[in-house]
Design a protein around this ligand. Sequence first.
Ligand code: CS2
Length: 488
Amino acid sequence: MENLKLLPETVLKPSFERDKIKTSILHIGVSNFHRSHQAYYIHELMEKFNELNYGICGVDLLDSDRKIYNILKDQDGLYTLYTKEPNGAHKAKIIGSIVEYFFGPENPLAVIEKMTSPDIEIISLTIAEDGYHLNEITGALDLNQPILDEEIKNPFNPKTVFGYLTQAFKLRKLRNLPGCTILSCDNIKSNGDTIKKALLEYVSKTEPELLNWISKNTTFPNTMVDRITTITDFNDIETLKQDFFIEDQWPVVCEPFAQWIIEDKFLHKKPSWEKVGVQFTQNIEPFEKMKLRLLNASHTILGILGTMSGHKTVYEAAIDDNLMTFLKSFMDEEVHPTLNESNATHVSNYKKMLVSRFQNPHINDRLSRICQESSAKIPIFILPIITDQLQNEQKIKGAAFIIAAWCKYNDGIDDHGNTYKIVDSISNTLIRMAALSHQNPLKFLDIETVFNDLNTNTFFTETYLKHLNHLRTHSISESITAFNKNTI
Ligand code: CS2
């Protein structure tokens, strides 16, 4: 904190008094995304309006988060948000909204105690798709997962968000304290409803007498969160040192654009986040659908087709004309018809803006980041488009091409003969089923946890087969060209 005074004028620093901040948000999962998004919005409220009531206590639950925990502890919760404009302008801002930090694996009881603090009004989450421990087919909490089983046997040594919340709510009830708002900030469909359903399933199995208290003392708003945030690379750390004299062990790099839309459903007084651009709504669905099906689905397409073409970043893929022709026609013909066009959502503007966001040459967003855990992303970003289009007897040829290309992607070799790694919690299954599909082309669609019963829809499977056959005998760029020319 003291070191802030030594930084040059060009660095934006918190001008509010950090020791006056009241911590009323406990956030689980202090990822880069949390730091570029929620923590940034709350910082802006502090900076521009001196509203110091919504300080953040960060909490990490995974052993793998020890590094960020140690660094942020060391840096007093401060870090640099390094924003890069398409025209090359860049801005370094020191974010000061995270004021406390706890690490679950080190001291679970301290985390539970903090969650129980009467000051905490909101418990927010960025725990990624797998943090919800859902059964992919039923969408219900998968109580058979070993981590949940172990936690249920040792309730005072929780590991997952469910174990922690259950213990904290038990104590709140016992101490006659109010409950809190649970604010999911993950890219999953109906994120608030999803965490609510999973938590209630967990509680009915472990502490059924708490169910009534939870239903009266908590709310679970759905949210739409958006800001492209890269994996921090060493060059960014060095540039910050050289250009801004900032010594930050883990800065966060992101685009200038940010959007946060929240269902208006808070248990306590609603924070005045609208002052810094947050939008509250009664109906989140159109926004959420638009973001997941346009931005995230497009990312997945650029990730898969781009990697197979030999590109390394979203930018490289987004200036590949052939690939962009494919992507734009997919957005127009297969995604747009499934969305609710309205004054609020402006789908057409959103699509245009997306293309320019992807084409920001200064955002080094690696396709390897995008392709990680595709088996969890595709069912959220792409398959619902297919379901809607099939239901309305509309086109699915672009979507079938993408799924066929993903099958080939799992062979792990690009158009130039270079190999890449499949990073996915079910990578063994993906690789094995893709290999088997060389003999039996429909085999890949048998991965039930991803595709559910899509393999029973002959309209889809016929189109898929046609594309997979073409992809198997051509390079990805040849197949994309043929697709664009309508010759497959
Ligand atoms: C990306 C997202 O992980 C992904 O597949 O699409 O992380 C994306 O960058 C963010 O949702 C942007 O808001």
